[in-house]
Write a new protein. Sequence first.
Length: 564
Amino acid sequence: MSSTPTAPKNFIRQIIEADLASGKHRGIATRFPPEPNGYLHIGHAKSIVLNFGVAKDLAGTCNLRFDDTNPHKENIEYVESIQEDVRWLGYDWGDRLYFASDYFEKLYAYAVELIEKGRAFVCDLDAEQMRQFRGTLTEPGKESPFRDRSVEENLDLFKRMRAGEFPDGTRVLRAKIDMASPNINLRDPVLYRIRHGVIHHQTGAEWCLYPMYDYTHPISDALEGITHSLCTLEFEDHRPLYDWVLQNVSVPCRPRQIEFSRLNVQYTVMSKRKLTQLVEEGYVRGWDDPRMPTIAGMRRRGYAPESIRDFCERIGVTKADNMVEMSLLENCVRDDLNRRAPRAMAVLRPLKVVIENYPEGGEERLRAPNHPQDESMGTREIPFAREVYIDRDDFREQAPRKFKRLITGGEVRLRNAYVIRCDEVIKDGQDEIVELRCSYDPETLGANPADRKVSGVIHWVSVKHALPAEIRLYDRLFTHPTPDAAREEGRSFTDYLNADSLHELTRCQVEPSLAGAAPGDFFQFEREGYFCVDGKDSVAERLVFNRTVTLRDTWAKIEQEHRR
């Protein structure tokens, strides 16, 4: 593996390269430490790309470690989904899959070491009393009345806590640091709490005593030989506690914590609590709903891992929090799919056209390129017959001059086929258009479009050969660029949910070349956007397609209005 960096430089990469150049480390080791209490989202993708990417580029290693210290919110479904997401993004942890629960016995021993050194104590204050004793940002806290228990008493109580003698909430183990510290995280933080009645997905019912994240994380890093512990900015104030833990227990090494800004993207939320609420309250159809910012949702919607990695590289790694425009992510997806997606035709809102001067019972097999700029993708066969479907939106009886599609008495070219003219409009008893009667010019197949001036080019499918399909038009989940701002306006973030974020079209027709399309296959439906075969609901008898992204940024004007 090459040790030459292939990604743009950022301040973290510069720190790591300087450490390697100085001889401080012979190699680097990073880790990605998700909590298995939900599905990963696009913000986690930034961390995955950073941790795994820098390790790969600099010939290091990156561990996948689950921070599974809060079992009442965790389950094996999340463990499995996280592994699937990391693999799908293109990264491999090899044999370096770990769980914080792997270290429960060692973590307990280190806690005993802290007690023996007089740096931890068992406290009987309840949660509300601890809050009262903690102080404020401007006032120091007060020491617990149990802070001066003897080492022997603390060891006895801690052992009995592990044995399950005490109910939840009656006792905790706290570090003995400084109740007057300006950093509230150092005011005798809780290291262990009692949790009865939960079955841990790795350890079962073995433990009723669970360590806190701020205690577990630095020790886990040290036990795994992590050199650079990369985390988001909300942990910056926790770094002194991270360092305190490593300084006061006999771990084999001292990793360095470095913080970077978390990812915030417009028109979505990144809080796991809020994402869980969207799922549990039925605002979306599960964690993999294509409207969700989860990696599973984006995969189901048709985003490719290459486009997500490209997005993460484009936004970079900085110390400053910022809000990234959703259009940047969508442009990365468009750029990727424009290069790789084969073209096809799909009629979303079918309107029947009868070409009256075409022979009854006749049909042809036309050829069409699979990609207009990439001949290596070959061609496909498209059947043509007397009756075709066009999209209802491509016809107007009367239309303004800027309407460049079919009108009564007007001509258009059918994509990769003939020029047709609308001669008659057929309506039902409710004055609804149900059919068009047209004629075609047989001399226009394959002719230079410049030789025949028509209103435009529209897509179509043969009625006889078309395949029925359901097409789901997904859009942004929220109408406000920053739904988290709802609280400042006295509202809930759910008040900004986009009522038009999903339209399900059940009477669509697609060209027969898509008969063998498999779940996850992606296409550009000409003039409609990029779509993929839904990996959950699509079956051979009835294909279901999800719109991945539109051909153009349809939200540009809306975002301009918000900026004003």
